[in-house]
Design a binder for this molecule. Sequence first.
Ligand SMILES: CC(C)(COP(=O)(O)OP(=O)(O)OC[C@H]1O[C@@H](n2cnc3c(N)ncnc32)[C@H](O)[C@@H]1OP(=O)(O)O)[C@@H](O)C(=O)NCCC(=O)NCCS
Length: 164
Amino acid sequence: MLIRMYEASDDVFLEEMLFEAFFWKDDAMRPALSCFREEPEFAKVFAGWGRHGDAALLALSSHGEKLGAAWYRLWTSEDHSYGFVRPDVPEIGIGVAAPHRSKGVGRALLRCLVETARGDGFSALSLSVSPDNRAKLLYEEEGFRRVGESGTSWTMLLDPVPQP
Ligand SMILES: CC(C)(COP(=O)(O)OP(=O)(O)OC[C@H]1O[C@@H](n2cnc3c(N)ncnc32)[C@H](O)[C@@H]1OP(=O)(O)O)[C@@H](O)C(=O)NCCC(=O)NCCS
């Protein structure tokens, strides 16, 4: 597996992985991505991608197949997503394509994303996760701690971002 930085041609895949993160429950009814893409809470996550504080990574197989993606973005107190904590703390998201889950891709992406954040000078990272999502265990194992709730989801914080 190879992990590389986002390229402009990854837009569609990034959106697909965000869709997976929104509809993470295996048995959940999910709309078609083509319909859901215009929903404001979804559309804003990658809108105008490339501003200060945006970063995304892709995991690829040795054949070049895209396996999963992880990203972060800075938000403001006025305009933010579910896992917002502070304007200086990027919020992360992660998704692995269903056939490639439970093989270490997500953890590898998360660790690389934390390294990227450290390199970009961020001292903390936040996220939002349902307490029913197994992904919560991954986040806890990687050092994230629950700091609040937003709706039915937990807000978690990695603070400080660990040094190497
Ligand atoms: C959550 C997710 C990114 C983890 O990536 P992954 O490649 O499947 O996970 P890994 O194989 O690296 O395993 C790391 C940990 O993730 C969790 N995990 C593993 N498979 C998972 C799955 N199918 N769904 C949720 N979490 C899973 C486990 O805690 C696992 O730890 P363990 O190996 O000690 O049991 C991935 O399963 C996924 O995309 N799920 C759907 C979208 C989602 O829930 N995104 C996060 C929203 S907050």
